[in-house]
Write a protein that binds this ligand. Structure first.
Ligand code: AMP
Ligand code: MG
Length: 330
């Protein structure tokens, strides 16, 4: 059996590996990323290969500071500047027109590139030492639950990559919010760690789920707004979304586990229960979401029942993840 790569906190080693064309997992505030030098198509190709990610699904490029955008981005609309001022470093990814230097593989041939400064001190130090922008999707096999601990990465991809930089547990625990910005319009392509309400407080109302200027036909939807794929972020165990007022039960033969944001009086109806926040805090729920879903997935259940989250703030992004996790394998 191939051995699992080292896990550690050696930023210089990780940075050197990135500069030399390696593939390195690293912690961010959202989820663990699987990074490669964005200007090195061979290294980026390995990221797609390791994740078994279809090449129509473009990567987010991570930078240490805004100066690094010069090589990546052709222009920055004023609305995008406002969003970067407010939310960077942080869980917001901005889609902007790309320069010729960005390899097509990174953007799946699109003329735009997704960029972000992560809100995580060790990740920024890594990007700074590497000295190159780092293309990094989530460090998990394509379509499955995102990793929020170094151990999650080790168990799924550890034998396929060069190093895991342990950044501790991810504070936000949800992927970044992805926004496409043009001079005339801003559209949220993926709900995530920055709630839509907070974006609207900065730039006014935004549309959700459609790319400005794009013709939305079925075949281009995946290209235009991946991460918006119907089935994604999914456990192996079938997952069903239920309303707390109408909870599922288990009868002893059929083992159902419950995922719930907050404590519930219905807990004793389930074989096992994951309460994401005893303090009834949606941020804490988001931070615990992926790890709890993994534990349920590993518990040998027949089904996972998930209570819908309150439809506000991070609850909207969490409901979006549940919806995609609940889609049956086709
Ligand atoms: P991941 O890093 O796995 O969370 O996924 C990155 C996501 O960013 C993709 O699935 C897309 O939703 C989005 N993305 C990246 N680049 C672009 C782009 N040029 N246009 C639209 N969406 C993008
Ligand atoms: Mg992902």
């Amino acid at each position: 059996m191939t051995r699992i790569c080292d896990i550690g906190k050696d930023v210089s080693r990780a940075a050197k590996l990135l500069r030399e064309g390696g593939v390195v997992a690293f912690g961010t505030e959202t989820v663990y990323g699987l990074g490669a030098n964005a200007f090195d198509p061979r290294a980026v190709a390995r990221v797609f290969e390791v994740k078994r990610r279809p090449t129509f699904d473009p990567l987010i490029v991570h930078v240490a500071d805004r100066e690094q955008l010069v090589d990546l981005v052709a222009s920055i609309p004023s609305q995008a500047e406002l969003l970067m001022d407010r939310f960077w470093p942080g869980p917001l990814t901005v889609i902007l027109p790309k320069t010729d230097r960005v390899p097509d593989l990174v953007t799946s041939g699109l003329d735009t590139v997704a960029v972000r400064i992560p809100g995580h001190a060790q990740a920024i130090q890594l990007l700074r030492e590497a000295g190159v922008p780092v293309a990094a999707p989530s460090a998990n096999p394509f379509g499955l639950i995102s990793p929020t601990l170094a151990e999650h990465v080790a168990s799924q991809l550890g034998t396929l990559i060069d190093y895991i930089l342990d950044g501790g547990p991810c504070d936000v625990g949800l992927e970044s919010t992805v926004v496409a910005v043009t001079e005339s319009e801003t559209s949220v392509l993926r709900l995530g760690g920055v709630p839509v309400e907070e974006i609207e407080a900065v730039i006014g109302s935004v549309s959700i789920g459609h790319t400005p200027g794009a013709v939305e036909v079925e075949s281009t939807t995946a290209r235009r707004a991946p991460g918006m794929l119907a089935r994604h972020y999914a456990p192996q165990t079938p997952l069903r979304i239920v309303h707390e007022a109408d909870p599922a039960t288990f009868d002893g033969n059929f083992r159902v586990g419950l995922l719930t944001a907050f404590p519930t009086p219905h807990a004793d109806r389930f074989a096992t229960v994951e309460v994401l926040s005893h303090a009834r805090d949606l941020r804490e729920s988001a931070a615990n979401f992926c790890a709890a879903l993994r534990r349920l997935d590993a518990a040998g259940l027949d089904e996972i029942a998930a209570f819908r989250f309150p439809d506000e703030g991070l609850g909207r992004a969490l409901n979006d993840r549940l919806k995609r996790a609940a889609v049956c394998r086709g």
